[in-house]
Design a protein. Structure first.
Length: 131
């Protein structure tokens, strides 16, 4: 596990600005409703692996991080439809991909309407990436 974290840039004690660490803690405590719905289905190894919420990774805060399968799960609210935010998301996903980390995105509406399907997709990706 330590090798994976070190390889993916998520080691403990890494140089991350304090304000960003504080922001991640705040976001973790005050999740959006879709994030809360999804977290209830992902926490406590319900999918067989550790999943962390609001993790810091290469300077970004990711919604959910699954280190064992190098997978990030993002919950996109309406602001992710804006052109400027889409551009930032594409850049971040490309950088993470170069580091070996796959990002999958779901809209808030998808999670609210069909949580079971979203969880099934996440589980399938975890299994696929662990092979």
């Amino acid at each position: 596990m330590r090798k994976i974290k070190k390889k993916l840039g998520v080691r403990r004690g890494s140089k991350m600005p304090k304000w960003k660490k504080d922001m991640a803690k705040t976001m973790s405590k005050h999740q959006t409703w879709p994030e809360k719905i999804l977290w209830k289905r992902l926490r406590a190894k319900q999918l067989g692996v550790n999943i962390y919420k609001q993790g810091l990774m290469y300077g970004w805060i990711v919604d959910f991080w699954i280190p064992k399968s190098a997978l990030v799960v993002e919950v996109d609210g309406s602001h992710h439809l804006e052109a400027s935010q889409k551009k930032k998301d594409i850049h971040r996903d490309a950088v993470l991909k170069k580091k070996g980390i796959m990002t999958i995105r779901f809209t808030a509406k998808e999670i609210q309407k069909n949580t079971a399907a979203v969880v099934a997709i996440i589980k399938a990706r975890i299994i696929q990436r662990m092979k």
